[in-house]
Design a protein around this ligand. Structure first.
Ligand code: AMP
Length: 400
């Protein structure tokens, strides 16, 4: 971050979209922790911080009478914890923009922090409205975007607002910088071999990612539910496993393309199959291309664990997105656990490993291995789109 904040008010877009329990206690403050270095830098420089974020989807989850459920989605719930973490009183504006927000922002002194109400209480946030963005911008002297998790949304507070600041008065925060740098390291400057591990439920969610990865990875390991569409495309019997029949042709084309480009595309040779999608189902191991009717593949099998791990161990750069099986159920978590262990081990041997997008992050946290990989992205959908090669509006807006 090159801006100096001395004597200035910084409008900071953070991602404080944290999970809350039914008493509105924060159950996981990772996202708040991730924004602290940027906020501290502003305060330490002698500036003040006006924080804005969304929390949940208040527009989609309105009350029966059609009104916004303020009690449920107010950012006020975060004030005590944030004050504790920053060791300073955090002021709260019950308005996002408006007279009260302007007055509170106007009075803010160096070293002080103001949190604005949930940006998504305004329908103008998601539509990227100019007037709303201009009103936000009027609260401050400079703008910092540190909300990587929403950088793929062209919303007022993540994108439109930036144009109301001169290029020299807008910047990425530390978190955003780190996310971009780490993703670029994999995309543009990887030490080889570069191994991508892609899993999760559906091929259709990851088509763009798979197509792009085939262009530049050395090895592509495909596990999880999506592997069975590939298996079937190769003529295998997959029983009742997850399959997207409308993607069979595409899966076949991806296999062909990988082959043409000399990319080794690995599918799980064997699977842990179950007679029911349930934690207590009967299970057995069988070849992934010979799954009996009535059975479904819910995890990669022991042979696949072995070959996937061997490939992962040879990598110098690793990108992982998506679990190898239904890791939420213990009976089908082994493949994901072993893949995570292999990534951790490879990292110890000097590989750079990026865990990005969706459930692989949840898996690595659940396994307590987050500190044994190089970087765990905070941005699920945003990281996925970045890796797909899309220009994220929140990033573009800062660059201008
Ligand atoms: P994604 O959000 O695409 O990364 O998908 C994650 C979800 O895929 C998790 O909830 C997993 O339970 C699910 N999943 C992984 N493997 C399988 C499988 N073999 N069959 C069904 N669902 C799976």
């Amino acid at each position: 971050m090159e801006l100096s904040f001395k004597g200035r008010k910084a409008l900071v877009r953070v991602d404080f979209n944290v999970p809350l329990d039914s008493d509105f206690n924060i159950t996981d403050d990772t996202r708040i922790q991730a924004a602290l270095p940027t906020i501290r830098k502003i305060l330490d420089d002698g500036g003040s911080a006006i924080l804005m974020s969304h929390l949940g989807r208040p527009q989609k989850k309105r009350k029966d009478d059609g009104s916004i459920d303020v009690e449920k989605f107010t950012l006020k719930h975060l004030v005590p914890h944030l004050s504790n973490l920053l060791e300073t009183e955090v002021f709260f504006s019950p308005e996002t923009t408006g007279t009260q927000a302007s007055e509170m922002a106007g009075k803010l002194q160096p070293g002080q922090v103001l949190l604005l109400e949930n940006t998504r209480f305004q329908a103008e946030e998601a539509s990227g409205d100019d007037a709303f963005a201009e009103a936000l911008a009027a609260l401050a002297d400079c703008y910092v975007n540190d909300a990587f998790g929403t950088a793929h949304r062209a919303h007022a507070s993540t994108t439109t607002v930036a144009k109301y600041f001169k290029p020299e008065d807008r910047s990425f925060g530390f978190l955003m910088d780190k996310e971009i740098k780490n993703a670029n390291k994999v995309l543009h400057d990887p030490e080889r071999p570069l191994v991508a591990i892609i899993g999760g439920a559906k091929v259709s969610d990851k088509i763009l990612l798979l197509e792009r990865l085939i262009e530049f990875v050395d090895k592509l390991v495909v596990g999880g539910g999506m592997a069975y569409t590939f298996m079937k495309a190769q003529g295998g019997s997959i029983g009742n496993s997850l399959c997207e029949d409308d993607r069979l042709q595409l899966a076949g084309e991806l296999l062909k393309k990988a082959n043409q480009r000399g990319v080794e595309l690995l599918l799980p040779q064997d699977s842990v199959v179950a007679d029911n999608f349930a934690a207590d189902a009967n299970t057995k191991v069988c070849p992934s291309n010979d799954i009996p009717d009535g059975w479904m593949g819910l995890d990669i099998g022991p042979e696949a664990v072995k070959s996937f791990s061997e490939i992962i161990e040879t990598a110098k750069t690793i990108l992982w997105n998506g679990p190898m099986g239904v890791f939420e159920m213990d009976a089908f978590a082994n493949g994901t656990r072993e893949a995570a262990k292999a990534v951790a081990s490879s990292t110890r041997s000097g590989a750079f490993s990026l865990i990005g997008g969706g459930d692989s992050v949840a898996a690595i946290n659940q396994l307590n291995l987050a500190d044994q990989v190089s970087y765990v992205s905070t941005g699920g959908g945003a990281m996925l789109e970045f890796l797909e090669g899309k220009e994220l509006p929140g990033i573009q807006a800062i660059k201008g």
